[in-house]
Design a protein around this ligand. Structure first.
Ligand SMILES: Nc1ncnc2c1ncn2[C@@H]1O[C@H](COP(=O)(O)OP(=O)(O)OP(=O)(O)O)[C@@H](O)[C@H]1O
Ligand SMILES: [Mg+2]
Length: 295
């Protein structure tokens, strides 16, 4: 009898081991979609967009990891009322493994908190880069999308993340300065780094038709001056007081006010992202880091 139970247990264990091995192999080979979210001008809603798109993608069955690569004041952790103990600098110092600095966000969303370490990433020696890549082992399990909040402007760090990502979302608002600054960012990425594909997300527009009008204005200027550039309209998020209310509550909009117009727009845009995959080679997360670190 005991022996029979023993055999049955062994059988179950073997099946489990098989499952774990198969899952691990498929996780390792699973391509991760890396999307950067940037803007020319600050304060256009990038961090809120990264948070809520991640939650929306998670609800659609795509597990998201947010990388907070912005060193500005309105960090992802503050917007979500989180107080991370560790950040990227602890990983770079060798004090923590990458998995140990990740923080749980809304739903199944994970967050890699910001630190000055993000800037250091671009200045590592080759040996440090390799060491860092080793530290990344084990991270890629069960992540489908990596969304990077790059911060605003055209600093080296912003450009770096835009070049390493598979897809680039540029956030604009109807304000003329937001458009001219977005154009400046696109122009640098296009003319100095030959980047040709950008997806434009209009935030804080009165409605969708205003969003499309803003997109048309930007693409008209870009078409005029930049040959071979492709700007895709990703969608519009309306100006909605519930966004500010969710910021005050330090909660993701989609969790605090799921039925408001802005929440519905986020779900719609996440669906568009899932439906439309650009024709690029998507590597694993390690591949992204290698590109980022230029190893
Ligand atoms: N759709 C919206 N409707 C109304 N208010 C919004 C909307 N999107 C963003 N906001 C407001 O704009 C503020 C700035 O948003 P957020 O911090 O996400 O911008 P950001 O681009 O990340 O800024 P920074 O460049 O400083 O990092 C938010 O606190 C919020 O109050
Ligand atoms: Mg921000």
């Amino acid at each position: 009898m005991d022996q029979a139970i023993g055999l049955r247990k062994k059988g179950n264990n073997e099946i489990q081991v098989d499952r774990i091995v198969t899952t691990a192999i498929s996780a390792l080979q699973k391509p991760v979609r890396v999307i950067s979210v940037s803007s020319g001008k600050g304060g256009v809603g990038k961090s809120n967009i990264v948070i809520n798109l991640s939650v929306a993608l998670d609800r659609l069955g795509h597990r998201a990891l947010i990388m907070d690569a912005d060193l500005g004041l309105a960090n992802i952790d503050i917007l979500l009322g989180l107080t991370p103990k560790y950040n990227m600098s602890h990983v770079l110092n060798g004090q923590k493994r990458l998995e140990e600095v990740l923080v749980d966000g809304p739903g199944r969303v994970k967050i890699m908190p910001a630190s000055s370490g993000v800037q250091e990433l671009t200045r590592l020696t080759d040996d440090q880069k390799l060491l860092f890549l080793e530290l990344l082992d084990g991270l890629e399990t069960d992540i489908d999308v990596l969304l990077i909040d790059t911060g605003a402007g055209i600093s080296d760090t912003v450009l770096y993340f835009n070049l390493a990502a598979h897809e680039r979302i540029i956030v604009v608002t109807p304000e003329p300065t937001s458009l001219t600054d977005a154009y400046a960012l696109i122009k640098v990425l296009y003319s100095k780094h030959s980047e040709r594909h950008f997806r434009i997300l209009v935030n804080m527009a009165a409605d969708e038709s205003m969003g499309k009008f803003v997109f048309a204005k930007l693409s008209k200027v870009a078409d005029h001056f930049l040959d071979g550039l492709s700007l895709d309209y990703l969608g519009t998020i309306p100006h909605d007081k519930s966004v500010t209310r969710s910021v005050l509550q330090q909660r993701a909009l989609l969790e605090a006010f799921p039925e408001t117009p802005a929440s519905k727009a986020f779900m719609q845009i996440a669906k568009t992202i899932c439906r439309t995959r650009p024709n690029v080679n998507q590597g694993t997360i390690q591949f992204f880091w290698k590109r980022l670190l230029n190893v």
